[in-house]
Design a protein around this ligand. Structure first.
Ligand code: C2E
Ligand code: CA
Ligand code: CA
Length: 763
């Protein structure tokens, strides 16, 4: 027995030290308390072991060792009390009783130590048991010892009470946590009493100190209410937004949560559906050998698509035997919906619902890569759309654009794609065979008509590019369709234009012109040509100044090549300024030569009104050069007068009050010619050459011409007709009352030198 106990004590001491090291590594809350408690228990056990190992010839040592053992029990119980308070969350003794307890324990400890000498608490005697083998120290207790015992039992009772109170209060699943410690503490006390009463050779309760300490260690470290965890799991599963099917190893459905039930609820029993699901799944994925597989699935419920992310899982034991299976269904319908919405927003124009530009580019590439027939790119642009926004507001403008987008979408045939480039600029890719110019134009016109709640008439342009090389960059295709539009922009009779190679050439020309314009102007490559103007009497009255470019490489270049480019680039005023000054200078020269009877007409471009203060410029010219103001005539085309009329009219008034004569150029070629005459008090009317051109309706032309001349006379305006090419025309015009002529019949535009040579010598 002695050896067994000795071995047991060794083992327990060792185990407790292991416990301490485990606890030290853990992160539990009351780690310090537990460690102290276990170390104290280890000390108590060590003291006891020391005591029973003391040889018979050292009774004093035995007395000392057992004194240590007894006093360590005091402290062990006190530490147990502190730990219990912590463990049960019940406040330990208040301050005064705590001091009293500590004081008593200290006194008790001193008393035990002194007992080694005084023997007032107990004595020890070495004995040999009846078996004559077992040797032991018998402790002969004296009365004062029982104070110690009463003190210890009081504390133990207190501990038991706390634990019992807690045990009653806590829910069932926590009872074990307190019950086990309560039971073991009580067991220590009971065994201790029994050992004393039965006069046992050893105090066996010492073993229970160790087991108590170790179960405390277990409860603090590892024990968790398993029921709780199960309950939490099941609640989570029950309330989860994830659907679950659970199966045993035979594939029998053992559980379906509410969500899964709702997801798959149908006419068939849910467990049957679940089992079917598993068998189908196994067929598809079993050979794959993975324990967890996730994949997307779509099911239809009440006619609505539900997007699921399905995770299949098989549970194996340590020997890879199947324990069961489980399916998780995550409903991703909302995520998919949001994703699609996001994707739609990223790839579509918010206003019109057409493709965004980048998405359009991708679509075009995709469509053309698969194209089996010729395709074309159609661009549309509304004329003066800005005005819609200004006159009717942005909302109305937006409505119109949405209507146009709808029209375009409705008319998409075959594999097509459309986008809004920006503002009112739309672009569509469609098979060439589906593009019906007439139909498209009609639809477009109708949309624009209906789109506005007013009689305001909108025009539009269509540019069409027939795609030849499907690998051409998408935006080059678009540029080409836009180039076609640019070539008809400003026209009132032509709205649809197809791209031709020359257009690209024109654009390149444009670059050629603009790149060298400033230098050319500086180097005086632009020069003034003069085209004579002849009175009906046959005398020379003056000339129109027409510009020519003496290009160092290309030779003489006519204004039709570069004037539209300069106008578009906003540079024409530079050239005009130069021309006006040349004319003024020439008039001064002529005056000096005594030819102040001759006039020069200069052209004023519409754009000049935006860039220049024309009134001031002509005032400066008349001051700088000495010429008769009446001899510098200013030609303004009637189309210039159609935009921004008020401002231009004011400028013209100013010029007239300085003494300049204003000529309306190209009269009859534009729209509201007659209306204009009402507003502008022009000095001279210059009739456009279209009335002289040969047509089937020559009679009508001559009637109109005659009447224009008559009307102009009545308004007191001299008339000049340009483009006179034949004697017949000249005669007719003279008869009709035209005052002056200009045209090839008399002379083509010529250099100033030639002009002077030809007319001055004659004169
Ligand atoms: P425009 O002002 O109508 O000038 C008359 C044009 O008709 C001139 O063309 C002239 O050469 C041409 N012409 C004259 N008689 C006849 C004829 O009997 N038959 C035909 N078929 N044509 C005739 P040009 O010089 O090529 O000028 C073209 C246009 O360029 C001018 O039309 C004018 O608008 C513009 N332009 C010319 N020089 C200048 C300038 O210095 N400044 C501005 N802003 N525009 C200019
Ligand atoms: Ca002119
Ligand atoms: Ca003209």
């Amino acid at each position: 027995m002695y050896l067994v106990l000795l071995f047991l004590l060794w083992a327990l001491i060792f185990s407790m030290l292991v416990c301490v090291s485990i606890i030290n590594k853990s992160h539990i809350r009351n780690r310090g308390r537990v460690v102290q408690l276990i170390l104290l228990a280890t000390f108590t056990l060590s003291c006891y072991m020391f005591f029973i190992l003391v040889p018979p010839e050292y009774p004093v040592l035995a007395l000392f060792a057992s004194g240590l053992y007894f006093l360590s029990i005091d402290w062990l119980v006190i530490f147990l009390m502190v730990f219990t308070a912590d463990y049960t969350h019940i406040r330990p003794l208040s301050r005064v009783p705590r001091y009293i307890v500590s004081l008593l324990a200290a006194a008790d400890s001193v008393s035990f130590l002194v007992n080694t000498v005084t023997h007032h608490m107990f004595e020890v005697e070495h004995r040999t048991a009846d078996d004559s083998v077992t040797q032991y120290w018998e402790v002969l207790l004296k009365k004062p010892y029982f104070f110690h015992r009463a003190f210890v039992f009081l504390l133990v009772t207190y501990i038991l009470c706390i634990l019992a109170y807690r045990l009653v209060k806590v829910p069932l699943m926590y009872k074990r946590k307190y019950g086990m410690i309560l039971f073991q503490t009580a067991a220590v006390a009971v065994v201790n009493i029994l050992c004393t009463v039965l006069k046992a050779k050893f105090d066996y309760s010492v073993v229970l100190y160790a087991t108590l300490a170790m179960s405390i260690c277990y409860f603090v470290l590892f024990a968790s209410p398993r029921g709780l965890l199960r309950r939490i799991h099941s609640t989570i599963i029950k309330d989860s937004v994830i659907g679950l099917f659970a199966y045993d190893n035979d594939g029998k459905c053992i559980g379906v949560n509410k969500v899964a039930e709702e997801m798959f609820a149908g006419e068939a029993e849910i467990t049957k559906i679940a089992e079917l699901y598993l068998s189908e799944w196994k067929e598809e994925y079993q050979e794959n050998g993975q324990n967890v597989i996730g994949t997307e699935r779509t099911i239809v419920k009440n006619g609505q698509k539900i997007h699921l992310y399905v995770t299949y899982q098989q549970f194996l034991d340590e020997k890879d035997r199947i324990l069961g299976y489980c399916f998780q269904f995550e409903n991703r319908t909302e995520i998919v919906r949001k994703y699609k919405e996001e994707q739609y927003r990223a790839t579509h124009d918010a206003l019109t619902g057409l493709w965004s530009r980048s998405a359009f580019e991708e679509e075009v590439k995709r469509i053309l890569a698969e194209a089996e027939e010729p395709y074309c790119m159609v661009c549309s642009n509304i004329k003066d759309f800005k005005m819609v926004n200004e006159l009717y507001g942005i909302d109305e403008g937006d409505r119109l654009l949405a209507a146009q987008a709808n029209m375009i979408r409705r008319n998409e045939r075959g594999n097509s794609a459309s986008t809004r480039i920006f503002a009112d600029r739309f672009c569509t890719l469609m098979p060439r065979s589906h593009f019906d110019e007439k139909q498209f134009s009609e639809n477009m016109a109708k949309t624009l008509e209906l789109g506005l709640s007013s009689p305001f008439k909108l025009h539009f342009y269509l540019g069409v590019y027939d795609i030849e090389d499907v690998n051409e960059p998408v935006w080059t295709m678009y540029d080409k369709a836009m180039m076609a539009i640019d070539s008809v922009r400003g026209n009132y009779d032509k709205f649809v234009c197809y791209y031709r190679e020359e257009m690209l050439q024109n654009i390149l020309d444009e670059k050629d012109v603009l790149g060298v314009f400033d230098k050319a102007l500086e180097e005086r490559q632009f020069i003034m040509f003069l085209q004579p103007q002849i009175a009906s009497s046959g005398t020379l009255v003056g000339a129109e100044a027409l510009v020519r470019w003496m290009h160092p490489e290309k030779g003489i270049v006519g204004p039709e090549v570069f004037i539209p480019i300069l106008e578009k680039a906003g540079l024409i005023h530079k050239l005009d300024l130069y021309m006006w000054e040349s004319a003024a200078k020439k008039l001064e020269e002529w005056k000096k030569l005594g030819r102040d009877d001759l006039s020069i007409s200069v052209n004023i471009s519409t754009k000049d009104f935006f860039f220049l203060n024309i009134g001031e410029i002509f005032r400066d010219l008349s001051q700088k050069y000495d010429f008769d103001i009446k001899k510098l005539k200013l030609e303004i085309t009637e189309s210039a007068l159609m935009d921004n009329v008020r401002e231009i009219l004011n400028t013209l008034d100013g010029l007239q009050s300085q003494g300049y004569d204003i000529e309306i150029d190209d009269f009859g070629s534009g729209y509201s010619s007659l209306g204009l005459l009402k507003d502008i008090n022009a000095d001279i009317l210059k009739i456009d050459m279209i009335f002289l051109q040969e047509t089937k309706n020559e009679e009508r032309s001559t009637t109109i011409l005659k009447n224009i001349i008559a009307m102009s006379k009545e308004l007191g305006m001299p008339v000049i007709t340009e483009g006179v090419e034949t004697k017949k025309q000249a005669d007719f015009l003279a008869q009709a009352g035209c005052d002056m002529f200009q045209g090839y019949f008399f002379a083509k535009p010529m250099s100033v030198e030639r002009f002077e040579k030809q007319y001055f010598q004659q004169g």
